[in-house]
Design a protein around this ligand. Structure first.
Ligand code: CA
Length: 228
């Protein structure tokens, strides 16, 4: 019997059983192994023991603290993708979520099909197309290794989120070119992206914070960015 590939595990951190069940059935239909965590404690347990590749994270959870605490904890652990689900549709929450390293977000009410489409897009980017010509890129003190999805500054590893890495790699492989925000959105976020262009700016800010002066990135006002 042929071995079927191990299904990808997705954690659904959501206390509303109707929403959790709905996401669960949509994701299972697509062949994912999804697990529901209705509270913070269960979420922590699943994330540490089940090795999910992606966490769908409701920010409003019972039991003290909120989903942002979970997001912080996941980000410390390394490369697990996080899609934030929030009823709080304010710009602040979006930016806070992205600055804390969410890879995407949806606001309630959402369509489960949209969540599934975005989930696929995130996972596709994480898995890469494993191009054999994916070369390490060296930009002065910065080394970007697309095989290992690893960024180093002067030999010291810098943790990046899935999107931060993809953005940096895209800028690096197109360096010395003026790139419009539209071009960047399409290349890094894909056509499934429903958000706005400020997302790029938020991610650029994070990259600047993490990489400091070694990142020679020029903002082209009203256009986009150019990496030198
Ligand atoms: Ca909730």
């Amino acid at each position: 019997m042929a071995l079927s590939p191990e299904p990808i595990t997705i954690a659904i951190v959501e206390d509303d059983p109707d929403i959790a069940d709905l996401l669960n059935s949509y994701l299972r239909k697509e062949g994912y192994r999804s697990i529901i965590a209705p509270d913070m404690e269960r979420a922590r347990e699943i994330i540490s023991t089940m090795n999910p590749r992606l966490v769908l994270l409701d920010l409003g959870l019972p039991g003290g603290g909120d989903g942002l605490d979970i997001l912080r904890e996941i980000r410390i652990k390394g490369e697990v993708a996080v899609m934030v689900i929030t009823a709080r549709d304010s710009e602040l929450d979006r930016i806070v979520g992205l600055e804390l390293g969410a890879d995407d977000y949806v606001t309630k009410p959402f369509s489960p099909r949209e969540v599934v489409a975005r989930t696929k897009a995130i996972l596709r980017r994480m898995n890469g197309p494993k191009q054999t010509d994916a070369q390490k890129v060296v930009l002065g003190q910065i080394t970007i290794d697309p095989e290992q999805r690893r960024v180093e500054v002067n030999g010291k590893e810098i943790q990046t989120t899935v999107k931060e890495f993809d953005l940096l790699y895209y800028l690096a492989t197109n360096r010395r070119n003026a790139l419009s925000r539209d071009q960047i959105l399409e290349a890094v976020w894909g056509i499934e992206w429903f958000g706005d262009e400020r997302t790029i700016d938020v991610h650029v800010r994070q990259l600047r914070k993490k990489l400091g002066s070694s990142l020679e990135l020029t903002t082209l006002w009203g256009v986009g960015y150019r990496l030198d």
